[in-house]
Design a protein around this ligand. Structure first.
Ligand SMILES: C[S@@+](CC[C@H](N)C(=O)[O-])C[C@H]1O[C@@H](n2cnc3c(N)ncnc32)[C@H](O)[C@@H]1O
Length: 543
């Protein structure tokens, strides 16, 4: 059974599939043919919109693909087209809406189309036009309140059209979607051509879009419009990390993430794995900092999905961002006389086991206790362990009381804390719809878990705190509380600090040596924060 993490990431794969050449398109559509894939996208976006982004956008894509006809389902272009369209609109919603408002304004001002917006029977009520022009923001509860069903239909069609024309990867744009003015107007109209008034509005908008250069239009806009993120979040990043970093992080957050794998050293070596990829004509390169990572080139040969790569079923690799791999690497224990050959490790927020499995590969003769308050996530570890050949060194702990016996004994304790996950926005397109400015409870929870974790660390042992948040409140401020605790000393991770200082990783090293990794373009990691402390003792030295 695949776990949710793989499911999500496999869906994301569909989003990032750029491999298909136009010549491979088996079904060449004409403007006259019913544009079924487009209608499927409209349905998926309507459902996502109606639920105000709640639920999983990747699952919505899977359902949408299941609605394609038999022929289209087998066609990788159609599947990639639907996945890219739906997720692309979800990610770019605010940017696309900004363009739509500009189009509506230009239609209202154009002499030729002056009447189109207000014409009786065009399917949009005056209230619809007002709401659309109001440019309210999704994710704030009252987004688009008052929009009629007609208005919602028009909205997602318009956003799709703008997305196809502006942001969709060229290889998909060129082979799917309506291209002619009439085809685009018919799609935007969405109803039978008998309704001339609505068609006139659709044509006016398509004409306006054809005359507009979206790049130029967006160039002067504020970062939150260009990155399609809430204004408060962009302002927060600007004040916490500076304008340059905020620009980089926000723009990287609307790009597709690289596909990075962690080679399971319990099963194979990175070199052997890379050789097996070469045999399948899959281009890949080793990650710069993680010794276990392999980044796949975006374009892969046709039909080579992750599950079809050799070794998926036998656990030779896991899909894992390099930053996430590096959190496990940051748990490498300190060298010295007290370094344990078979360390006792507690993964206190093990979730579905991403770091647990990486730790098991690093310490096959160790004893790892994986605990989480969410038992459904622990269920996923249970089935992942045997596939990764890691069952013998990992114990899944469901009752926190059982950890009591480990107090003061652990060589390494990892707190991969629950967090806002803003560093992984590009992996979870729907997440930006759920952002909540008023959420303030996380730092207290994170601090409580971290302070509780101290008790398990043996003298000379290592405590590691990590998040995939990009918020000083969840990262530096929580770590600062720990910095002030007696008996523990900050202990920077040499692998991370040297890679950041050398410019190999995009990030910053804080005053106590704690590290923040920033998402950046061009194959960078997701955003992460890592802080480490040793429980004070004598005779330990860094490896
Ligand atoms: C960032 S996720 C962990 C991801 C996981 N380490 C991985 O690599 O796949 C944070 C986890 O903390 C768990 N959690 C929340 N509150 C907790 C608590 N009080 N004690 C332990 N785990 C908790 C959540 O259920 C969630 O699975």
């Amino acid at each position: 059974m695949p776990g949710a993490q793989e499911e999500d990431q496999t869906a994301h794969e569909g989003h990032s599939e750029r491999k298909i050449l136009q010549t491979e398109v088996s079904a060449v559509r004409t403007e006259e043919a019913p544009f079924h894939a487009g209608e499927v996208c409209v349905g998926a976006l309507r459902r996502i919109y109606d639920r105000r982004g709640r639920g999983n956008a990747e699952n919505a894509v899977k359902k949408a693909i299941a609605q394609l006809g038999d022929h289209e389902q087998k066609d990788p272009v159609s599947r990639a087209f639907v996945a890219d369209s739906v997720l692309g609109v979800v990610v770019r919603w605010l940017t696309l809406h900004f363009v739509l408002v500009t189009l509506l304004t230009s239609v209202a001002q154009s002499e030729a189309a002056a009447g189109a917006l207000s014409r009786e029977g065009n399917g949009l009520s005056a209230a619809d036009v007002g709401v659309l022009n109001g440019f309210q923001r999704p994710g704030e509860g009252k987004a688009y309140e008052g929009l009629t069903a007609e208005g919602r239909d028009f909205l997602v069609r318009a956003l799709l059209l703008i997305y196809w024309d502006t942001f969709m990867p060229a290889h998909l744009r060129g082979c799917c979607g309506p291209k002619s003015r009439d085809g685009q107007a018919a799609f935007l109209d969405g109803r039978s051509a008998e309704d001339e008034s609505r068609r006139a509005l659709a044509e006016a908008i398509v004409d306006a879009q054809r005359q507009m250069c979206t790049d130029q239009l967006l160039a002067g806009q504020p970062l939150w419009v260009r990155s399609s993120l809430p204004e408060w979040l962009v302002s927060k990043w600007e004040s916490e990390y500076g304008t340059e970093t905020a620009e980089m992080v926000a723009m990287a957050s609307c790009q597709r993430g690289t596909t990075t794998l962690r080679v399971n050293s319990l099963k194979t070596t990175r070199e052997a794995f890379l050789a097996s990829l070469r045999e399948r004509n899959v281009n890949a390169s080793p990650t710069k900092t993680s010794p276990y990572g392999v980044t796949l080139e975006a374009r892969r040969p046709r039909g080579v999905s992750l599950r079809e790569l050799g070794g998926w079923h036998s656990g030779d690799f896991e899909l894992q961002d390099e930053g996430s791999q590096l959190i496990a690497c940051a748990c490498r224990q300190l060298d010295g006389p007290q370094a344990a050959t078979s360390p006792l490790i507690i993964d206190l927020c093990a979730g579905r086991g991403g770091k647990t499995l990486a730790l098991a590969a690093m310490y096959p003769s160790g004893r790892i206790y994986a605990y989480d308050t969410d038992h459904t996530r622990l269920d996923d570890i249970e089935w992942r362990l045997p596939r990764s050949h890691a069952s013998s060194c990992v114990s899944v702990v469901r009752d926190g009381q059982q950890l009591a016996a480990l107090k003061g004994k652990a060589d390494i304790v990892l707190v991969d804390a629950p967090c806002s996950s803003l560093g992984a926005l590009r992996r979870h397109p729907g997440l930006r719809w759920q952002l909540n400015q008023t959420e303030t409870t996380l730092p207290a929870l994170q601090t409580a878990i971290l302070l509780g974790a101290r008790d398990y660390v043996r003298p000379g042992g290592l405590l590691v705190y990590a998040t995939c948040a990009l918020s000083r409140h969840e990262n530096d401020h929580v770590a600062a509380v720990m910095d002030r605790q007696s008996g523990f000393a900050p202990c920077p991770c040499p692998l991370l600090t040297s890679a950041i200082n050398a410019g190999e990783l995009c990030g910053e090293v804080g005053r106590s040596g704690h590290c923040t990794l920033f998402p950046s373009g061009g194959g960078g990691t997701d955003g992460f924060f890592v802080a480490r402390w040793t429980r004070e003792d004598t005779g330990v030295a860094e490896m």
